[in-house]
Design a protein around this ligand. Sequence first.
Ligand code: NAD
Length: 306
Amino acid sequence: MKKILITGGAGFIGSHLVDELISKKHKVIIVDDLSTGQRENLNKQAKFYKLDIQSPKLEDIFKKEKPEAVMHLAAQMNVRKSIENPVFDAKSNIVGSINLFENCVQYKVKKLVFISTGGAIYGDGVRIPTPENALQAPISPYGIAKLSIEKYLHYYHNQYGLNYTVLRLANIYGPRQNYKGEAGVVAVFANQIKNNKPLFINGTGKQTRDFTYVQDVVQVCFKALKIRKVDIYNIGTGKETNINELAKKLVKISGVKSVIKHRAGIKGEQMRSCLSTNKIKKDLKWKQNYNLEKGLKETWRWFNNE
Ligand SMILES: NC(=O)c1ccc[n+]([C@@H]2O[C@H](COP(=O)([O-])OP(=O)(O)OC[C@H]3O[C@@H](n4cnc5c(N)ncnc54)[C@H](O)[C@@H]3O)[C@@H](O)[C@H]2O)c1
């Protein structure tokens, strides 16, 4: 049994990870400011601290709990918000992460797993599926912040020997995903179908994404805790799906008669995104358990019962 501190453990991905770690008998401490996370996502067997990771009080938690490992998922992850307010984004993401890493070093954390993004770090024009060593040219403050945090980790490793793994996630979907604001498209569509509303596709719908089911991500995060070598991995499916196909598939799975409409595209929206996962498959013997059909069925079942 390990004592693991998870930032963002009240959020969509973090809460699934907490459930998995608790089911594997680990002791879990959650730090989350509930800015987008939900109280109802909190696993009752985890210890919860409502705190912004930028706060100096974070040290009190490290002093008291002395976690052996840290999984860092807390983030301001709204790209549009990062464009509207880059200062807020940088404080929450970059400064908050530095505060966390300082504590990791001071309290001798043995392993840190950082959840980064493969969607916002590589822009358009890279090879598809995109390998980890492709050009990283983020075009949003959110993507820039994630890349900066990766660079800070490199610094903390060189300077203090902090052992870390970076996981760059593709587009993750599944139960508990927020459908409000700038949310995951699967959650948005599922909510529209449930409420008998038309599904609105931005632009032509030919833009592609690499849709990855949340339970597959949880399994790989869990495996990453055991990696000794400092490294960066993409996590996705390696398969491109366009938004038109996605909408049709979800409507079919739901069995609900729904109208699919198109509206104006979003200026500057990335056209293609799909990650190569050869490296993680080779190094960690990781394989996905959910194809799109299976993942969408699980997701629809959850949204429909909510
Ligand atoms: N969902 C995706 O498709 C996706 C893709 C790539 C990367 N990611 C990354 O995965 C992580 C989890 O994302 P998610 O989809 O579960 O989103 P989410 O918004 O549900 O989770 C983020 C959590 O962090 C908390 N949080 C935000 N800022 C905080 C702060 N300053 N201090 C403490 N807590 C804070 C929120 O309350 C929330 O519970 C994020 O780091 C995100 O960048 C997600």
